[in-house]
Design a protein around this ligand. Structure first.
Ligand code: KG4
Ligand code: ZN
Length: 337
């Protein structure tokens, strides 16, 4: 079964073709237009999606070696995301499916991330615990069986990726901040500054990252660097990045392994943009090995927003006879479960 997947929820225009869940092509066009604003500008995102969508879909088909007439279905992200951005991919998918007289399948973006681990050869086994960490969400999910998910906890304020981006902005490092902080942290000392770890009340799997973000802000203010981070010595900048990253990663790792132990699952999967973080991966490897739990994470192009994960969920749904109506709207705050 050949499925085309289209993703336009934020600042990546992406399309992919899968053959029975195996990736034949995955084309991602990242919008650079937002960089000078230090964050995604929704209207510019919609326009850039409109400019790129035909080219990206054509390229995905071309690279896959599959013609559009061979497709069995077209999946697109319905939400959550920026409504104007979602509308571009969603309407494109509807129109294309209608024209080809094949099913259109709407996909929840977070479900896409959750199943992105299945794009890899080595896949988690049900039941497992999934930690989805992206720019907009931080979620811990008990995945009991396909499409049988229980949300264990989520962020009460900033998402993990959002905290990375905001701290990078304070340090004038550019956008998106996660990969830059990750790179700087590699040569920094994670114990140089003790930023707070917020575990919230006993027993909760919810997260909060606004405290650690504010702690970095106060640290910069106290040292007179808030408006002039360019005066921070490079080695110390790396220490700040490493110390901040360590605080975020420690909370993510501890809560995830606690959930796995409590639910007695043997597999843990990471997903979302922040799952590309090298320290999160190494810390998770450490804790999982210690507890005898297997760890899974997608390769970087499947961590970031991509059409392949959307096509994968579309394929799973299509097999179960799930097809969406052409009346379906784009939704900014679509719930995962
Ligand atoms: O999943 P994603 O591509 O888009 C959303 O659905 O939000 O995630 C983007 C987020 C951004 O906040 C970015 O800074 C973060 O993922 N990110 C990282 C890394 N790579 C991307 N954060 C930490 N370390 C990284 N290596
Ligand atoms: Zn995403």
């Amino acid at each position: 079964m050949f499925v085309l997947g289209i993703e336009t929820s934020c600042d990546e225009t992406s399309a992919a073709v899968l053959d029975d869940g195996r990736v034949k092509s995955n084309v991602i066009s990242s919008q650079l237009v937002h960089q000078k604003y230090g964050g995604v500008v929704p209207e510019l995102a919609s326009r850039a999606h409109q400019r790129m969508i035909i080219e990206v879909v054509d390229e995905a088909l071309r690279c896959s070696g599959i013609t559009k007439q061979q497709l069995h279905g077209i999946a697109a992200t319905q939400g959550p995301g920026l409504v104007g951005a979602l509308l571009v991919g969603l309407n494109f998918a509807k129109a294309m499916a209608y024209g080809l007289n094949i099913p259109f399948i709407a996909v929840n973006h977070m479900e896409g991330h959750l199943y992105s681990d299945f794009l890899m050869d080595d896949q988690p086994r049900f039941p497992f615990v999934s930690l989805i960490v992206s720019g907009g969400h931080t979620m811990l999910v008990h995945v009991r069986a396909p499409f049988d998910h229980q949300l264990l906890g989520q962020t009460r304020d900033d998402a993990a990726g959002e905290a990375f981006d905001k701290v990078a902005k304070m340090l004038k490092l550019g956008y998106p901040g996660g990969p830059i902080i990750d790179k700087n942290a590699a040569t920094g000392n994670p114990r140089a500054i003790r930023f707070p770890r917020t575990f919230l009340e006993e027993g909760t799997y919810d997260f909060s990252f606004s405290g650690v973000k504010t702690a970095v802000l106060y640290y910069l203010k106290k040292n007179g660097w808030l408006d002039d981070p360019e005066f921070i010595a490079p080695d110390h900048l790396n220490d700040i990045c490493a110390s901040f990253q360590e605080a975020v990663v420690e909370v993510l790792a501890r809560k995830t392994i606690e959930a796995a132990n409590e639910l007695r699952v043997k597999d843990v999967a990471l997903a979302g943009g922040v799952s590309a973080n090298s320290r999160l991966r190494s810390k998770m490897r450490e804790v999982c090995e210690k507890e005898g739990v297997r760890l899974f994470y997608p390769k970087p192009e499947y961590c970031m927003d991509n059409g392949a994960m959307i096509a994968y969920v579309g394929w799973l749904r299509l097999q179960r006879g799930f097809v969406s109506s052409n009346d379906l709207p784009a939704v900014a705050n679509l719930e995962l479960v």
